[in-house]
Structures are given as structure tokens and as C-alpha cells.
Design a protein around this ligand. Structure first.
Ligand code: HEC
Length: 259
């Protein structure tokens, strides 16, 4: 028992020891201001995803972010969740070339994607991803929206927070100044500029608009069940309220004759 306990403590301390140095220097390099809170369609208990925004966000992801960032947890058929039709999904999947297991000689095979294929990854592995990005790893975006406190505001802040460094600020080689990234130096070059994509629905593609749209898409990707979850929560509360009334009525009936 004691051995087990000290083993668990050891593992926990080990975890801390590994985690601390990673956080320390980054924080020491200068605290980033809190990105401004945005008004999101998915906020609050009755919030739902603005599907038009999520679809535009998917366009931004595919045309811009997917050059560097993977979204490994998504398959093309998941896009039905933001309102794409089966035919649209088939066409999107068929336009990419993805790994398809092995051929009969045992060599890796590639072919057009199907709705069941996972999103195409820009790099075959993390080493290749770092090599293509000045040594920095572009994180997978599948769950990033959930990875930070107020993740949507944070990502929106990073995407819109680029500017020239203030006087006296020394940028390291290959780094870019960003107001909201911790330490203010980020390896990702400014990914969005006005008019970078042409939206099919005619929305003006300003940096702010594209950032909001891609954040909506990423938040949906990380929480595809959110709307159902919230609705279920409301139903459970209503049910509990109803049951409280019923049990109270039953209690009054049972104890009615006891004075
Ligand atoms: C040219 C490659 C490239 C493109 C294009 C790109 N990124 Fe990045 N991104 C990176 C790299 C590299 C990092 C890691 C930066 C670092 O660690 O300094 C990064 C970091 C980020 C971060 C910060 C992650 C964190 O944990 O703080 C976010 C958010 C992000 N990218 C979102 C996006 C979105 C959304 C798009 C599309 C609009 C995009 N990126 C386009 C390369 C790219």
C-alpha cells in the first residue's frame, strides 16, 4: 500500500517536474494581456453554433490554416454537423489525396479521400512539421479551442493580435510580434490578411471576420455535441423541477391526516 502511494506521489512529482520548466521561461518572458472577450453565438446556456460562420470557418481552415495545422480528429463526414450535404462532403473528400493503407506489395498507398477519411494532414509527422516551420510545431487544431481558458477569445486574440514590435523590443530570428501570445514572440507568421479568401456567401473577408469564422469552426470541431448537451441539460433541470413538485404533492397527500 505504502509502495503504491509513494509510486503515485512519485509519478505526480515527476509530472510537475516535467511541466514546470516548460511553463516557467514562457511566463518569465512577459505576460500577455487577456484577449478581449467576444460575443459568440455558442456562448451561454441557449447558445448554438452559427452554422454559416462555421462553414466559412471551414473554408478559412482549408484554404489557409491546413497548410501547416492538422485536425487529426476530424473525418470529412463530420462536416455534416455544420450543415454540409453528403454531395458536398463527397466532393470535398475526393479533392484530397490521403494515405490508403498498403498495396499488395506492402508499399503505402495513396488515393482520393472518401467521407470516412480523416482530414488530410499537412505533414507526415511532427519532425517534418517542425522542419517546415523554423523549428516550431504547429499544434493540431482539433481540440485547441478547449485547451485554454476562454479558448475562443484567446485564439481570436492571437489571430488578430499581430503588429510591429514596440520600440526597444528585440524579436528573435524568424519570430513575429503578437500582442496576445505569451512572451509576444510567435513562430507562426501572420496567417490572415484582408481579402485572403473569397466567401461564397458574399461576406467581406476582413481579418476580424475570418478569425471569428475559423474560431467558430474550431469550437464546433472541439465540441460537436455542445448544442445537444446544453439542450439535454435544460431538459434534465426541467425534469428535476417537475419531480420536485410531484414529490412535494405526494408528501403532502401522505402526511395529510397526521396533525
Ligand atoms: C505557415 C504555417 C502556419 C499557418 C498557415 C498557420 N499557422 Fe498557426 N501556427 C504555426 C506555428 C509554427 C505555430 C507555433 C507557434 C509557436 O509555438 O511559436 C502556430 C501556432 C498557432 C496558434 C497558437 C497555439 C497556442 O497554443 O498558443 C494558433 C491559435 C494558431 N496557430 C491558429 C492558426 C489558424 C486558425 C490558422 C489559419 C487561419 C493558422 N494558425 C495558420 C504555423 C502556421
Amino acid at each position: 500500500m505504502r509502495a503504491l502511494r509513494s509510486m503515485i506521489a512519485g509519478v505526480l512529482m515527476g509530472g510537475l517536474a516535467i511541466a514546470t520548466p516548460a511553463v516557467g521561461p514562457a511566463l518569465a518572458a512577459g505576460d500577455a494581456p487577456t484577449p478581449p472577450a467576444q460575443n459568440w453565438s455558442f456562448d451561454r446556456i441557449f447558445g448554438t453554433f452559427d452554422l454559416a460562420a462555421a462553414q466559412r470557418g471551414f473554408q478559412v481552415y482549408s484554404e489557409v490554416c491546413s497548410a501547416c495545422h492538422s485536425m487529426r480528429l476530424l473525418s470529412y463526414r463530420d462536416l455534416a454537423g455544420i450543415g454540409l450535404t453528403n454531395d458536398q462532403i463527397k466532393a470535398i473528400a475526393a479533392a484530397v489525396t490521403v494515405p490508403q493503407g498498403l498495396d499488395d506489395q506492402g508499399a503505402p498507398k495513396e488515393g482520393p479521400g472518401t467521407p470516412a477519411s480523416r482530414f488530410k494532414r499537412p505533414f507526415p509527422n511532427d519532425v517534418a512539421a517542425r522542419a517546415g516551420n523554423n523549428g516550431a510545431l504547429p499544434p493540431d487544431l482539433s481540440l485547441l479551442s478547449n485547451a485554454y481558458l476562454n479558448g475562443p477569445d484567446y485564439i481570436n486574440g492571437v489571430l488578430t493580435g499581430y503588429s510591429d514590435p514596440p520600440a526597444g523590443f528585440t524579436l528573435m530570428d524568424g519570430m513575429n510580434y503578437n500582442k496576445y501570445f505569451i512572451g509576444h514572440q510567435i513562430a507562426m507568421p501572420k496567417p490572415l490578411s484582408d481579402g485572403q479568401v473569397t466567401y461564397a456567401d458574399g461576406t467581406t473577408a476582413s481579418v476580424e471576420q475570418m478569425a471569428r469564422d475559423v474560431v467558430t469552426f474550431m469550437t464546433w470541431a472541439a465540441n460537436p455535441e455542445m448544442v445537444e448537451r446544453k439542450q439535454m441539460g435544460v431538459r434534465v433541470i426541467l425534469f428535476l423541477l417537475l419531480m420536485t413538485c410531484v414529490t412535494y404533492a405526494v408528501k403532502r397527500k401522505i402526511w395529510a391526516d397526521v396533525h
